[in-house]
Design a protein around this ligand. Structure first.
Ligand SMILES: Cc1cc2nc3c(=O)[nH]c(=O)nc-3n(C[C@H](O)[C@H](O)[C@H](O)COP(=O)(O)OP(=O)(O)OC[C@H]3O[C@@H](n4cnc5c(N)ncnc54)[C@H](O)[C@@H]3O)c2cc1C
Length: 343
């Protein structure tokens, strides 16, 4: 049986960020990815401005936006900044770039490697290969096997539906229409020659079919033709119940660290991947960054819980939020998982 210092299940942004940091410090790391290619994932590809800290090159960005257009039943506002507030990225390109960087520092990546079983110190893949580890990191997304094997349930889940529509879309838009989307929202996130157009909402308050119909209804009223296209949908886990369990770690969506309020999770995946690596490297490391990330995540869940009450309360909460953004009482960054890291 082959053995690695750390085995990471899942080659998403969280798993790759974790692997790179460990390999940079001389650890032998294996990333097991079930898909044949690293990268592609149902996603709108929005990364908050603080994502710049991850050292991604400018050429990776599809588009950058200094303006955010936000509409609700009662209000419309444009938030602006001198610097880009959000950038968009193609998940295939992001994955390839992160994987190349990981391999360059010595990470082994095995694609077509679905992990089927986990024991105390080894994993078993569909091909029948058993690989040993000292540390195991679950970076395997919202349906995480590592999480299930740790006995951690997943109850708080969001649904995201995405269409990639060809065309040149000038603005980044958020539509918080409570009549159509409840506590969720529809978006237009422009990329180079396409836009991600989709909808996100908490699963316990809506059904996927109803959400899709609402998106179609909204798109028609904005002269956007979606019905003839193929949607892609995925679940987003925001049920955070811990990330460090002895020599086992959960990061990103596997840990439930995506925002329940917006469905944003790339930033949390990368930050938690890096912090898991630092904790593996130094058992005395106390991650203030994880404390901050978890606090921000809780704030988002609290707002979502308030907005998930009765219809009128939900509407008032979201309208108050937009009013706060309009008047500058609430910074746009409050809606993002990004924060200034102190450790
Ligand atoms: C419609 C939609 C739109 C979104 N838009 C945004 C956005 O604009 N901005 C944003 O920040 N976030 C967005 N998200 C959320 C974002 O996609 C996730 O939060 C992010 O990808 C989490 O990264 P991760 O590394 O934790 O997991 P993932 O990116 O899900 O990666 C997990 C990897 O693990 C692999 N895997 C799973 N199980 C196994 C197994 N048993 N064996 C081996 N490999 C396995 C998977 O194939 C996958 O490659 C969106 C999500 C959806 C559904």
């Amino acid at each position: 049986m082959k053995k690695f210092h750390t085995v990471i299940v899942g080659g998403g942004p969280g798993g790759l960020a974790c692997a790179t940091l460990l390999a940079e410090q001389g650890k032998d790391v294996l990333v097991l990815e079930r898909n044949s290619a690293i990268g592609p994932k149902v996603c709108a590809g929005g990364i908050p401005s603080l994502g710049k800290k991850f050292g991604f090159p400018e050429i990776l960005w599809e588009r950058s936006f200094t303006h955010q257009c936000i509409s609700s039943n009662w209000q419309h506002t444009i938030i602006q900044d001198a610097n880009p507030i959000i950038r968009t990225v193609d998940r295939g390109r992001l994955g390839r770039w992160m994987a190349e960087r990981a391999v360059a520092v010595g990470v082994s990546i095995a694609t077509n490697s679905l992990v089927l079983k986990i024991t105390k110190n080894s994993v078993l893949t569909r091909g029948g290969e058993e690989v040993g580890y000292d540390f195991l990191v679950g970076g395997d997304g919202s349906g995480s096997l590592v999480r299930r094997q740790l006995g951690i349930p997943t109850e708080q889940i969001g649904i995201g539906i995405n269409y990639q529509v060809p065309g040149n879309f000038p603005e980044m838009q958020w539509h918080l229409n409570t009549d159509l989307f409840g506590n969720g929202y529809a978006w237009i996130f422009p990329h180079q020659d396409t836009a991600s157009i989709g909808v996100y909402a908490r699963r316990s308050t809506t059904k996927p079919g109803i959400l899709l119909n609402s998106l179609h209804q909204w798109a028609e009223s904005h002269n956007i033709e979606l019905k003839s296209r193929q949607p892609q949908a995925a679940l987003i886990n925001f049920d955070f119940r811990g990330w460090h369990f002895g020599n086992h770690f959960l990061i990103g969506d596997a840990a439930g660290l995506a925002s329940g309020l917006t469905g944003e999770g790339i930033y949390s995946a990368i930050v938690s991947g890096q912090e898991a690596a630092r904790t593996i490297l130094d058992k005395n490391y106390k991650s203030k960054t994880m404390d901050q990330l978890i606090e921000k995540h809780r704030q988002h869940t609290r707002i979502l819980d308030l907005a998930s009450g009765n219809k009128l309360t939900g509407k008032l909460i979201l309208e108050t939020l937009i009013f706060g953004l309009r008047t500058g009482l609430i910074p746009f960054n409050a809606l993002e998982m990004g924060f200034d890291q102190t450790s």
